[in-house]
Unconditional design. Structure first.
Lengths: 99, 634, 552
């Protein structure tokens, strides 16, 4: 199969993730959508690595996974502490600061 | 030696900083500290002087680059100093006479509560003046120029509780601003014409001539405007008389060592520009000649001793400006007269201060008389200063003023005759008004009644030694400086490498001129003696014929200024204010309202919801990508 | 990451036959990487301190470790610069991952100094009200995990706990910032971005007072930051797809045509689209970090909610690092794309300057006002970036150094003005401050004047430099907009000054806490830098000028 199709798939996944960030209210789900976007990037990297016949893209995918894991640690810590304070994980409830 | 140059300026600057910022902690040491730092500056000046003397005449210069102030593109401004014979002369005069005035002030201001500030301002004045004369470029000179203006404003208005002093300070400041605009324009012009501010880069005949005569004339005229402001020359002379509202040591400082000499310095320093612009030179000599007569006539009519002396200063500076306008035949003599004038005018003002000190600040000469017995030291020093200023043979003024008169005649042609005649006439009037002051103050019977005799005036007494000593030093200078400078043309040889010099050929022989000067001087003295010495001086000024009344009113300078500038200016300002209120303010308010309205509306975008922020980012990303692709497509 | 030139068929055989081939260990120039390594080392040491040193001694130990680490790192930067790595010996280290050149060293030096000053404000423990049991209270939550207002939190406060983790977190953030502007390839750039961001997300949530706001700011910052990172990463992927390499220099070569792009992709005529979309998305990720419109929305909320010392550090240091990275990306990887990215950047710069300046006019909170001001300044900096010449680089470098110290000083002053509820950030509470605390008010006025770009402050020198560089680079209309926006901005800065000095003080107005030597030093350094760079800017201009050449 033409590997370019995987790039299209990656773009699609990325868009789905972005749309999720824009429309979902639950902070955990929003965050998962961001992870989906990162994974779309990984797919794109691996596909391009295959097309170029290089290893760089695959290596980046590993780095991305590590970064995503670190992001989960930090993100969940923040989201959980907010949840414990407000008893709500909705990002729309956190709007004390505006204007 | 280079670092000494910086130190020379740093000493009074430090004094100003410590005294003005130090608060009450330095109150007690203020007079001594201020004077000591001025003295230190003088000592450093003397060391530099001896160093200069050790060098060959052509290479007598010390340069000191402190730091590059600003360097953007071709715009380069350095904080750099240049010491040559001309600035050295000024440094010695400023710091020497300045120090004496500081010392004198210890006595004069002994009872003033704000003397810490006073000495701080004095130090600031010295520092600004030193920056002015030591700068190696016009931009830094401008810094010193404005510093002098500021310090003079603070000092003239020192007794700001008196409305007259506050008004006088404001007037001095405003009139000086007019001159400052001239200097500012000159600096702009120089940069656009020559691309630099430095003396070295501009003041060279070939450089100036490359700019063309029109540019040189324009530069000369704006520089002259600047000089008129600081040196109180017609038409910007009106501040000088009112500036007498400041404490008397300030008057001495302004008139002898600093401030009014700045204009002469500026013209002499810019000699290369003036030499290339005969029209500007003509303007300079006209200003000088008019002012020397103007000041002398005003001096004749004043009963206030300080204002009479102020008129005299105006007139003497007029001599210097005249000499400077004559070109290479006059520069050296302008500066020489400036130095000798520094001695005797400082001495005269300090003497006047001493009299006021004794008479509880009485300045009306009609209430003086017969003081010579009560104040022998003041009488002796004031008298020597008097003889020097009227050009009594053998004393300082004789040598320096004679040279200027001679040079004026040497200008040649009708011009020479007119200028020389004016200078001669000025000499006669000088003798008249100075004799008038002398006679009214020291001779005759006392025209006041002391408290012991049932009157209101205190008994006159001689001033303390700390005030007398500087007067004695200045009197010695008044007597000998001129002769010392002229002996073997010492001053000429010293200054010539900087200003250049050419001998003029006077149509009248030197002997005849000298004789004429002396005769005219004696005439003036005689007239004054006849009017004030032989007769009783009335205690109130008599109603006189209109020329005298006009002279008493400073020849109508303030009436003229009021009618033309103040009233016209008020009307113009009213018109502007109306335009401002309706046109500009309307526009500004409109813009402000639009910005405020836009702000209130735009800030609503910041609604606090993360998802809407994310949406704006997403939208922004889409836009940027689209725009990038679009740019490639077109 | 250097391009590993392996032929396509060889890929599959790599994990089957690699054992036979000798593996070359990468060459790492430890000396040239020493600034980053020293900071990372100090951060790890800080974690160990957290684990092993008794609670009482932690604060002192952490502060000492942090400052020693920073001093060492700064010495390393100076040493590298002195031995010529900024000019003649500039080189790519660690297999091309880290560029050791003029801009890197200049920005790294600036970042370390900024962090050192920021740490002083972070370490302040004398401003909060203290009790006999708890003599030292800092600006951070006693126990970040405890629910605000709960018994746990009160117990932690009574026990005098404090979040000394901020010190290693600061150092980790700094190490990311040191990598960010020095990154030689896109992967390193991404890693730097994440290392600098993750600690900052956490630090935002650590405020002792107003914890709801603090946590909210952390959530917003984190979610938006992660969102932006995803865009950045996808852009990286697309650029990699276009060029087949992650090297900034390698990408530039493919763009200019010195090296061939992927033949298969080119055949499908998507090559240019990949380049343009990828470049735009990466630039967008960086614009998010600098707070440019339309990616600015997080700035006011996060600046307001985060603990003020952290806001100061973040506002100053993040901007330096992110602009460094933006400069490197645009000048090293995409200079040939200038005609594509310049018009877009024009629009972004104009929007950023205008929106920042205009919205700041109606702000009522000091920290939010400074946030919008920082948005406007991002716009001014962008004009320098757009200049596209060497003068523009040096002007941006100078502006960053000047701006960061002003920002640090201003936020440090904000920590001093307090009332019973903590910092009094509402502008109306600052009325008449100049009468009660002239020194604090004068210092703050100095910083505001510097923000406004009044001559004799560093703000003027910086603005003058970027605007003249932009004008020289042909962006005259942009300069006109910039000057107009400066005028609008000057309005709200001066309004604060007017309030401080000419408004009647309020009877219930805030008090000004007397800072310890730590915050005092931070403010003094900020003020001194503001004045020195304003009155004698020349040496710094020269330094920035010397440091303005990127290595490819």
């Amino acid at each position: 199969m033409n590997p370019v199709n995987y790039v299209y798939l990656a773009a699609l996944l990325f868009t789905i993730g972005a749309a999720g960030v824009l429309i979902r209210r639950n902070a955990i789900v929003v965050f998962m959508c961001v992870e989906l976007m990162l994974n779309a990037c990984n797919l794109a990297f691996v596909t391009f690595a295959r097309m170029h016949g290089g290893l760089d893209g695959q290596i980046v995918a590993f780095f991305t996974m590590v970064v995503a894991a670190a992001e989960v640690v930090v993100g969940l810590a923040i989201i959980v502490s907010v949840f414990r304070t407000r008893h709500s994980a909705s990002v729309d409830d956190a709007n004390l600061m505006k204007l | 030696m280079n670092s000494l140059l910086g130190l020379l300026i740093a000493a009074p600057l430090l004094g100003a900083a410590v005294l003005l910022l130090g608060g009450r902690f330095v109150d007690r040491v203020a007079p001594v500290l201020g004077s000591a730092l001025a003295g230190l500056s003088f000592v450093l000046g003397a060391i530099l002087f001896s160093n200069l003397l050790g060098k060959p005449a052509s290479g007598r210069a010390i340069d000191s680059d402190l730091f590059t102030w600003m360097h953007v593109g071709t715009f380069k401004a350095d904080a750099a100093f240049h010491l040559d014979q001309l600035s050295m002369t000024f440094v010695l005069l400023i710091t020497g006479v300045g120090t004496l005035i500081h010392i004198y002030s210890i006595g004069y201001m002994a009872h003033d509560e704000k003397r810490r500030k006073f000495f701080g301002y004095l130090n600031l004045f010295l520092a600004a003046m030193l920056i002015l004369v030591l700068a190696d470029n016009y931009l830094l000179l401008y810094v010193g120029w404005e510093g002098v203006g500021l310090a003079s404003y603070l000092l003239i208005g020192f007794w700001q509780h008196k409305p007259s002093a506050a008004t006088a300070a404001k007037k001095a400041f405003l009139v000086n601003r007019v001159g400052d605009i001239g200097l500012a324009v000159a600096v702009f012009l120089m940069f656009t014409t020559f691309g630099t501010f430095t003396f070295q880069g501009i003041l060279h005949p070939s450089v100036v001539s490359s700019a063309g005569q029109g540019k040189a004339t324009a530069l000369g005229l704006v520089l002259l405007l600047a000089a008129c402001g600081k040196s109180a020359q017609v038409p910007l002379q009106s501040w000088l008389g009112d500036a007498m509202e400041g404490p008397t040591p300030v008057s001495a400082l302004i008139h002898a060592a600093t401030m009014v000499t700045a204009g002469v310095y500026l013209i002499t320093r810019s000699s290369a520009i003036f030499n290339a612009a005969p029209t500007a030179q003509l303007a300079v000599v006209c200003v000088g000649a008019v002012t020397l007569l103007f000041g002398a006539i005003v001096g004749c009519a004043k009963d206030d001793i300080k204002k009479a002396l102020a008129g005299s200063t105006m007139s003497q500076i007029g001599y210097m400006i005249l000499a400077a306008g004559l070109g290479p035949i006059g520069y050296v003599f302008a500066i020489m007269h400036l130095v000798t004038h520094g001695f005797f005018k400082a001495g005269l003002f300090l003497g006047a201060g001493s009299i006021m000190h004794a008479r509880e600040d009485e300045v009306d000469m009609r209430k003086y008389g017969g003081l010579w017995k009560k104040m022998p030291w003041t009488f002796a020093t004031f008298g020597l200063g008097y003889l020097a200023i009227i050009g009594f043979p053998g004393l300082s003024g004789f040598f320096s003023k004679d040279k200027i008169i001679e040079a004026a005649f040497a200008k040649g042609g009708t011009e020479g005759w007119i200028l020389g005649g004016a200078a001669l006439l000025g000499a006669a009037i000088t003798a008249y008004y100075m004799s008038r002051i002398m006679v009214m103050t020291f001779f005759g019977k006392p025209r006041y009644t002391t408290k012991a005799e049932g009157g209101t005036s205190p008994e006159a007494h001689e001033s303390p030694a700390v005030m007398v000593a500087p007067m004695v030093v200045l009197a010695v200078g008044s007597v000998f400086a001129g002769g010392f400078f002229s002996l073997g043309s010492r001053f000429l040889h010293w200054l010539e490498p900087v200003t250049g010099h050419s001998e003029g050929h006077s149509p009248v022989s030197t002997g005849v001129l000298t004789a004429a000067t002396i005769v005219l001087m004696l005439l003036g003295m005689g007239l004054a003696w006849f009017q004030y010495g032989m007769r009783e001086v009335p205690a109130a000024a008599p109603r006189s014929i209109w020329p005298v009344r006009l002279a008493r009113r400073d020849l109508g300078q303030d009436d003229f200024n009021h009618a033309v500038f103040v009233r016209g200016g008020t009307r113009f300002a009213d018109g502007l204010a109306e335009f401002d209120a309706k046109g500009v303010d309307g526009a500004v308010r409109g813009v402000a309202g639009a910005v405020g309205g836009g702000s209130s509306r735009l800030r609503k975008l910041q609604n606090g919801y993360v998802r809407s922020y994310a949406f704006s980012m997403f939208g922004g990303a889409v836009l940027i990508v689209a725009a990038t692709l679009f740019m490639r497509a077109v | 990451m250097s391009a590993t030139a392996v032929a396509a068929p060889a890929v599959h055989s790599l994990w089957t036959t690699a054992a036979a081939a000798p593996i070359h260990a990468p060459k790492i120039e430890y000396a040239q990487l020493s600034p980053i390594l020293v900071v990372l080392g100090a951060a790890v040491a800080g974690i160990l301190v957290e684990a092993f040193v008794p609670r009482r001694a932690r604060y002192g130990t952490q502060l000492a470790v942090t400052l020693i680490g920073l001093a060492g790192a700064f010495a390393a930067v100076v040493g590298l610069a002195a031995t010529g790595y900024a000019t003649t010996k500039a080189d790519l280290a660690a297999m091309g991952s880290i560029a050791v050149d003029g801009p890197s060293l200049f920005l790294q030096g600036t970042l370390i100094l900024v962090t050192a000053v920021g740490v002083l404000a972070i370490a302040e423990r004398g401003l909060e009200p203290q009790s006999r049991e708890v003599p030292h209270v800092d600006a951070f939550a006693p126990q970040a995990a405890a629910v605000p207002g709960s018994e746990d939190e009160k117990a932690a406060a009574r026990a005098g706990w404090s979040t000394t983790e901020v010190f290693p977190l600061t150092l980790f953030a700094l190490s990311g910032m040191l990598v960010f502007p020095a990154a030689g390839d896109l992967l390193t750039l991404f890693i730097g971005l994440e290392i600098l961001s993750l600690p900052l997300y956490l630090m935002c949530a650590l405020a002792r007072r107003r914890r709801l706001l603090s946590q909210e700011s952390a959530v917003k910052y984190f979610l938006l930051g992660a969102f932006a990172s995803a865009f950045f990463l996808f852009g990286t992927a697309l650029l990699y797809g276009y060029a087949g390499t992650l090297d900034l220099g390698g990408i530039a070569k493919v763009v200019t045509g010195d090296a061939a792009p992927n033949a298969a992709l080119n055949a499908s005529a998507h090559g240019d689209a990949l380049l343009l979309i990828g470049g735009a998305m990466i630039v967008m990720g960086l614009l998010f970090k600098v707070g440019a419109v339309p990616f600015h929305a997080w700035t006011p909320d996060v600046y307001q909610g985060a603990p003020t010392p952290i806001t100061g550090f973040m506002a100053a240091a993040t901007k330096v690092a992110a602009f460094g990275a933006l400069l490197r990306l645009l000048y090293v990887a995409l200079p040939e794309m200038r005609w594509d990215w310049r018009p877009v950047m024009w629009g972004v710069a104009i929007l950023t300057m205008a929106l920042g300046a205009i919205v700041a006019v109606t702000q009522t909170d000091v920290k939010r006002m400074l946030a919008y001001s920082s948005i406007a300044h991002a716009g001014f900096l962008l004009t320098g970036v757009i200049a596209g010449n060497k003068q523009g680089v040096s002007a941006v470098l100078f502006y960053l150094a000047a701006y960061s110290f002003v920002t640090l000083g201003a936020f440090a002053v904000v920590t001093l003005v307090r009332d019973a509820g903590g910092e009094a950030t509402h502008l109306s509470r600052w009325d008449g401050l100049g009468r009660r605390s002239p020194l604090v008010a004068v210092t703050f006025a100095l910083f505001l004047l510097a923000f406004a770009g009044i001559p004799l402050t560093s703000g003027f020198s910086g603005k003058f430099a970027v605007f003249s560089a932009a004008a020289k680079g042909g962006a005259v209309p942009l300069v006109v907009v910039g000057v107009l926006c400066s005028a609008v901005a000057a309005f709200f800065y001066v309004r604060v000054i007017v309030r401080m000095f000419f408004a009647e003080p309020r009877a219930d107005g805030p008090s000004v806490a007397v800072p310890s030597a730590l915050t005092g030093t931070a403010i003094a350094v900020g003020a001194a830098a503001t004045l020195v760079l304003g009155v004698f800017p020349q040496w710094a201009f020269d330094l920035a000028d010397k440091a303005s050449v990127f290595i490819r």
